[in-house]
Ligand binder design. Structure first.
Ligand code: 13P
Length: 248
């Protein structure tokens, strides 16, 4: 069985005081111990806010370098983020792919770096609107996975999570319908089965991301192949984020 996960990607929002306030508000909520909760705050704040968390909420990083150490100005390594308590990192978010030109090669290096240093990751994939409109979304997403993730062997892939985030649904208020989400997740599971066998495929969590909020989360999370959500905007509000977790 895949683990149930609700993750919050804060992106480049909130200052330190607002971040601490949000964590304190989340501290007052009751969450089902069945659901793993992970927050991705700005990396700069991980050390500080990890000391404020009073629950099992874990922290992760929105990005990390494909290099391990050395002269890479402005970059942060797995080693460094682990040392302040990050448990997991995002790889291949569409905003990194499109604004910072992170292509398939860099993403594959990041995946390899994470595997080598035993750092769990969420690999993000998803098609732009033009691809969805042309009906090529399955080919597009499969290529993204083949180019940067599916080179891993059966032991290596087990420490990964996949997030399907259709780009046309990110920050647009336009969510994939539960049938669109389920259809893509079902295909991802099928590709995993073909490559790694049913046991491994069924144990890898596949999260949905893209305007997931307190009103649509219940329906999306009820889909058999949706094992959780990667929430952007709605994770910046304690009440909304808690409702999403509680709707699971
Ligand atoms: P929104 O929930 O704001 O659409 O963002 C989704 C996302 O990009 C999470 O990584």
């Amino acid at each position: 069985m895949a683990q149930k996960i609700i993750a919050g990607n804060w992106k480049m929002n909130l200052d330190i005081d607002q971040s601490v306030k949000l964590i304190r508000e989340l501290n007052t909520e009751k969450f089902d111990s069945d659901v793993r909760i992970i927050l991705f705050p700005p990396s700069l704040f991980i050390d500080r806010i990890s000391k404020v968390i009073e629950s099992s909420i874990q922290l992760g990083v929105q990005n990390f370098s494909n290099n391990y150490n050395g002269a890479y100005t402005g970059e942060i390594s797995i080693n460094q983020v682990k040392s302040v308590g990050a448990k997991i990192g995002l790889i291949g978010h569409s905003e990194r792919r499109s604004y910072y030109n992170e292509g398939d090669d860099i993403l594959r290096y990041k995946v390899n770096q994470a595997v080598k240093h035993n750092f769990e990751f969420i690999f993000c994939c998803g098609e732009p609107l033009s691809v969805r409109e042309s009906g090529d979304e399955f080919v597009f997403v499969k290529n993204q996975l083949q180019d940067s993730l599916f080179h891993l062997n059966v032991e290596q892939i087990q420490n990964s999570i996949i997030a399907y985030e259709p780009i046309w649904a990110i920050g647009t208020g336009k969510t994939a319908s539960s049938s669109q989400a389920e259809e893509m997740h079902k295909n991802i599971r099928l590709w995993l089965k073909e490559l790694y066998g049913p046991k491994v495929a069924n144990s890898i969590s596949i999260l949905y991301g893209g305007s997931c909020n307190a009103s649509n989360s219940k329906e999306l999370l009820a889909c058999p192949n949706v094992d959780g959500a990667l929430v952007g905007g709605a994770s910046l509000n304690a009440d909304d984020f808690s409702k999403i977790v509680q709707s699971y």
